[in-house]
Design a protein around this ligand. Structure first.
Ligand code: N01
Length: 531
């Protein structure tokens, strides 16, 4: 453990897949670096989200780190969509293989980060009372890393165990024969519900907004498929660089009504039977831009839900009425709809039957009190800005980032904020977003070269100009206008009461974002000032 006076050139906050990759790059370039991680282990999302059946909906081989051929060749993806334990193992193996662990400080949550203008240094304080000083503060604190707990009256009164999917205990939760409530039907709830349905005594699902889920269609990978994957990494890398989300799914080029009804139907069926996020990218080019096209696909999905869920009243409740497919990030499911055919599963529609309060024994709704042994919050995250705004960041003149972003984030390229010199953001608002390792590597590589540029020229300070940040922030919002978006989506801040409604990620895809960064570099880091 470093003593209080230890100073680094770079401190990375966050030991998830983004921060670990940043640490790898930092090492490669010989920076004096340390990584601070709040959790007791590495892996970020894949350390915290240990709920049953937590897994990616990115094909594992597209989710790998691509910068080291030996690493690529030495890891076998056992199933198409790896589960949390496999991914946690992957990040631990990565850290050990490249001897990164000696630069990682676990159980170290940053609670304050203050910039000192005269020295050009950031001082970080942690929840455990440590102090670190650094020239560059690199935030890799994640976009879905701060769990959101809804403010329900009486929430602290429940006498039994209460768990959030994103803070699932490592020893697991015993739900066998128990009366379990799950609040929330986003990707986490939709993965969890079928995974525990066989074990619980009863399951009550509290749904505020129905969601469009499609089958994940996960399957084990045979030794032959694994070998093919290892051989085909060069081609895969090119595909992932080309597709808008950095997924294996090609972006659709045809529009919905260019196909006849029967062609469309056949295409929709193929998507339903396909794997992962394919429908999000490969349905039709106008899926999330043309309301009629969107309604067409959503109608198809509604029919699917009606065909699976035997109780027509429950089926109608499970069909979203306030947004079409893709207007929110769609969850991928494995037996979710079927779970509602089980006699011990109840769906509580919170719009028709709101929660009054939580009591010592259960959840009291308008109609009645339901008693439980365990309550699970699957209520999502304070996305994109949550982690940064919880870090106590103060820039020049002690100005708080929370004040600077009171009306929503203000950034240049999602990487830098005027007034916050040497704060560089690897994962946050206004940056690129997609298959996370693929979007993260673009941003991390840019930040790495930006710091290298400053080092090579003997600069000690990097800061975005206000004009550049104004133009980028306006561009992020303008870019999002082309898409059909659900009001309550977490990527517009709609899931957290009081959060400014702003479109949070950059929406024109990873290749476009990468080319914008390339232009900035080619123009001598236009929009940045160095001193
Ligand atoms: O969170 P969510 P999540 N009372 O925000 C409900 C990634 N991920 O953890 O829609 C009652 O999507 C809320 O209702 P509403 C993925 O990117 C990926 O599920 O706001 N309910 C919603 O139903 C995903 O999109 C995987 O009306 C309340 C739910 O809680 C992102 O993480 C797996 C409420 C939250 O859904 C977030 O997913 C898991 C309240 N007061 C996560 N407040 C993969 O498969 C909120 N809710 C890769």
């Amino acid at each position: 453990m470093p003593d209080a006076s230890t100073e680094y050139e770079v401190l990375i906050v966050g030991g998830g897949l983004t921060g670990l990759y940043q640490l790898y790059r930092a090492r490669e370039h010989g920076w004096s670096v340390r990584l601070l991680e709040a959790g007791g282990g590495v892996g970020g999302t894949w350390y915290w989200n240990r709920y049953p059946a937590a897994r990616t909906d990115s094909e594992g081989y597209s989710y790998a780190y691509f910068m080291n051929e030996e690493l690529l060749q030495s890891w076998d993806w056992k199933e198409t969509f790896p589960a949390q334990p496999d991914l946690e193992r992957y990040y631990n193996e990565f850290v050990d293989r490249f001897d990164l662990r000696r630069d990682i400080e676990l159980n170290t949550r940053v609670t304050a980060a203050e910039y000192d203008e005269p020295s050009g240094r950031w001082t970080l304080r942690t929840a455990t009372g440590q102090t670190f000083v650094t020239r560059y503060l690199v935030a890799a604190s994640g976009v879905l890393s701060v769990p959101h707990f809804p403010d329900i009256p009486g929430a602290g009164e429940f006498a039994g165990p209460v768990h959030h999917t994103a803070q699932w205990p490592a020893e697991g939760v015993d739900v066998r024969g128990k009366r379990v409530a799950v609040i929330g039907t986003g990707s986490s709830g939709i993965q969890l519900i079928p995974a525990i349905v066989d074990e619980v005594g009863s399951l009550t699902v509290y749904q505020r907004t129905a969601n469009w889920a499609m089958p994940l269609n996960n399957k084990p990978l045979s030794p032959q498929e694994q070998e093919d994957i290892r051989r085909n990494y060069p081609a895969l890398r090119e595909l992932l660089r080309r597709t808008s989300g950095g997924f294996v799914h090609e972006d659709a080029t045809r529009k919905t009504f260019e196909d006849s009804e029967s062609e469309r139907r056949a295409h929709y069926e193929r998507l339903w039977n396909g794997q992962g996020m394919r429908a999000m990218f490969s349905t039709y080019a106008d899926l999330v831009t043309d309301p009629a096209a969107n309604a067409e696909f959503s109608r198809f999905l509604a029919e699917k839900i009606r065909s699976i869920v035997t109780d027509p009243v429950v089926a109608e409740k499970l069909i979203p009425s306030d947004h079409g497919f893709g207007m929110k990030r769609p969850p991928m499911e494995n037996g979710y709809y079927e779970a509602f055919n089980r006699s011990h599963v109840e769906l509580v529609d919170l719009r028709a039957n709101p929660t009054r309060r939580i009591t010592a024994t259960g959840i009291e709704s308008e109609d009645r009190l339901r008693e439980f042994d365990v309550i699970v919050y699957a209520t999502g995250f304070d996305a994109f800005t949550g982690a940064l705004l919880k870090m106590g960041i103060r820039g020049r003149d002690g100005v708080s980032l929370n004040d600077t972003w009171a009306d929503g984030p203000f950034t240049y390229l999602g990487v830098a904020v005027p007034g916050y010199p040497n704060l560089l953001i690897d994962s946050g608002p206004h940056g690129t977003y997609g298959n996370i390792p693929r979007s993260a590597e673009v941003q991390v590589d840019f930040v790495t070269e930006l710091v290298n540029h400053a080092r090579a020229h003997g600069y000690e300070r990097i800061e975005a100009t206000t004009e550049a940040a104004e133009a980028w922030t306006a561009h992020v919002y303008e870019a999002a206008q082309y898409y059909l978006l659900a009001d309550g989506a977490w990527y517009v801040g709609g899931n957290v009461p009081g959060k400014p409604r702003r479109f949070l990620p950059y929406s024109w895809g990873i290749p476009t974002y990468r080319s914008k960064l390339d232009e900035v570099v080619a123009a001598g880091y236009r929009g940045f000032e160095f001193a």
